[in-house]
Design a protein. Structure first.
Length: 141
């Protein structure tokens, strides 16, 4: 059972709209989302203005690839986009089979990682390798 604790995720996935409920619809922001053995396809709710770009992942059993991106404007459904990406990464655990990137850094994924851990019981560590400047570029005062 999912706890109904309020997630505080200001500035993180969905965090620009903490006061809005997370309602998912079909890929065009209407109807029902599609989640089955070959496709995940959803968006936020068009009626409330909480839709943005469609999130979709298709599975190709015989191989093949399809690249894409989804900008959510950090609307409430963003946390489910992040959760879905974490679920696929966890399920396949192979960068040849599934990989993703994000405009956000590890800190912006904390709420999504927390939700994933609460629901699945699986811990998610660092998602993206942080890039630090080389020591030779640092000036000592």
């Amino acid at each position: 059972m999912i706890k109904k604790d309020k997630f505080i995720h200001e500035g993180q996935a969905g965090g620009y709209y903490d006061e809005k409920p997370c309602i998912i619809r079909g890929g065009l922001g209407q109807g029902k989302p599609m989640i089955n053995e070959s496709e995940v396809w959803f968006n936020g709710d068009e009626k409330t203005g909480m839709d943005h770009e469609t999130f979709g992942i298709r599975w190709f059993p015989s191989g093949g690839e399809e690249g894409g991106f989804c900008k959510t404007a950090r609307k409430p459904y963003d946390i489910l986009v992040c959760f879905s990406l974490l679920a696929f990464k966890h399920a396949f655990d192979n960068p040849v089979v599934f990989t993703f990137s994000s405009d956000g850094d590890n800190a912006e994924w904390e709420t999504s990682k927390d939700l994933f851990t609460r629901i699945t019981g699986s811990f998610v560590g660092e998602i993206f390798q942080e890039i630090f400047p080389e020591e030779s570029n640092l000036e000592l005062a």
